[in-house]
Write a protein that binds this ligand. Structure first.
Ligand code: NAD
Length: 355
């Protein structure tokens, strides 16, 4: 892999390789852009097949965070970290503390938090070595329920766009992944009267959703072809790709997974198929909104976090409006919103200020 060409492609600022033999830590911290503020983005633990896959994922996720934070109107840049290895095998206190020391070494250029396969206990170990971590139990806590609430709002905005009504009663939703976000989302949708199809890698979670939420279980491959109103990817990225796009029989794609489009052209393809794609980083931003109090040092207020997260409905509507106004697919409309803000703020930073 030509690392610097890779960084130049989307103007990444920095990539940090972290290694500690005694604890087994192998991690990558990617910082995409800090024009608006420190790079914020969680840490994912994943058993990547190759180091290149891990670098690729860290870079893609970091860029996604830049766009998400910018589109939301936050004073934060974009970064992300990945810890390489099987989350069932590699976890130990020393590993997370070693990682925390690397985060501390960046002196606030990067702020981390929880992401895929990380628990509150893991985050607590990291916080022993650095204050540059948010979403701890002592602060805003687990972001997943708020993220799920934001997805619900985004789904309602999309339903309104497609059907002229936010009502979820009788709407069919196919959920891919029943982890922290997927399960909470399934509960919210069920309470609102939606009919659920579910798949996940964990059979126990599927069984629970079948028993408690009257969900219909489907296989990992079947989920793409379910005839439904909404396909909700809540597991891994790059699931809208050349293979899956033809299978989709939904009207809307809206879910929590980051970087759902394998490549930008898949955003064009999905639009041509007449499917409304709700850009991932706009609809899944509840988790970030939830930790704003932690970053600014205020005491966490759940009511405010919920109120602010509900604004994802309006943000999605804004993206749909830009898409219609400029005749572009929704993924481009969201990018346009973010890029225009970064450019505008970067311009005012040319004015000298002692700070
Ligand atoms: P999680 O690890 O708790 O859950 C992921 C679930 O997906 C697991 O149940 C796993 O079995 C399942 N899964 C993995 N691969 C799958 C596949 N190929 N098909 C079907 N299921 C599969 O993660 P999470 O916190 O729920 O996050 C889910 C996604 O949402 C991730 O992409 C994450 O980056 C993104 N996200 C999460 C938050 C948050 O607040 N947790 C916020 C924003 C974005």
């Amino acid at each position: 892999m030509k690392i610097f060409s890779k960084l130049e492609e989307y103007d990444y600022e920095q990539i940090v390789f972290c290694q500690d033999k005694s604890s087994g830590l192998k991690a990558i911290i990617a910082i995409h852009d800090t024009t608006l503020g420190p790079a914020l983005g969680g840490t994912r633990i994943y058993d990547y097949k190759t180091d290149e896959d891990a670098i690729e994922d860290a870079l893609r996720l970091a860029k996604g965070m830049t766009y998400k934070n910018a589109a939301l109107g936050l004073d934060l840049g974009g970064g992300k970290a990945v810890i390489i290895g099987d989350p069932k095998k590699i976890k130990n206190e020393a590993l997370f503390r070693a990682f925390g020391r690397f985060v501390e070494g960046l002196n606030g250029r990067y702020i981390t938090g929880e992401d895929m396969n990380m628990t509150q206990q893991d985050a607590a170990y990291i916080s022993c070595e650095t204050n540059y971590i948010v979403g701890l139990e002592t602060g805003s806590g687990n972001p997943s329920p708020i993220t799920a609430y934001g997805i619900l709002k985004g789904i309602q905005a999309a339903l309104n766009e497609v059907y002229g009504s936010d009502d979820l009663k009788g709407r069919t939703v196919a959920i891919q992944g029943l982890g922290a976000v997927g399960r909470c989302l399934a509960e919210l949708l069920y309470e609102a009267g939606a009919i659920l199809y579910v798949t996940s890698r964990d059979q126990a979670k599927i069984d629970k959703a079948v028993a408690e939420l009257e969900a219909t279980p489907v296989t990992l491959n079947e989920i793409y072809g379910i005839e439904c109103d909404v396909f909700s990817p809540c597991a891994i990225g790059a699931i809208i790709n050349d293979t899956t796009i033809e299978k989709l029989k939904c009207k809307i794609v809206a879910g929590s997974a980051n970087n759902q489009l394998a490549e930008c052209r898949h955003g064009d393809m999905i639009e041509k198929r007449g499917i409304l794609y709700v850009p991932d980083y706009v609809v899944n931003s509840g988790g970030v909104i939830n930790i704003i109090d932690d970053i600014s040092g205020r005491e966490y207020n759940k009511e405010n976090a919920m109120k602010n997260t509900a604004k994802i409905y309006d943000a999605c509507k804004k993206v749909f409006d830009i898409a219609k106004r400029d005749g572009i697919p929704t993924y481009k409309a969201a990018d346009r919103l973010a890029e225009e803000r970064i450019a505008a703020v970067s311009k005012i930073k040319t004015i000298y200020n002692k700070k």
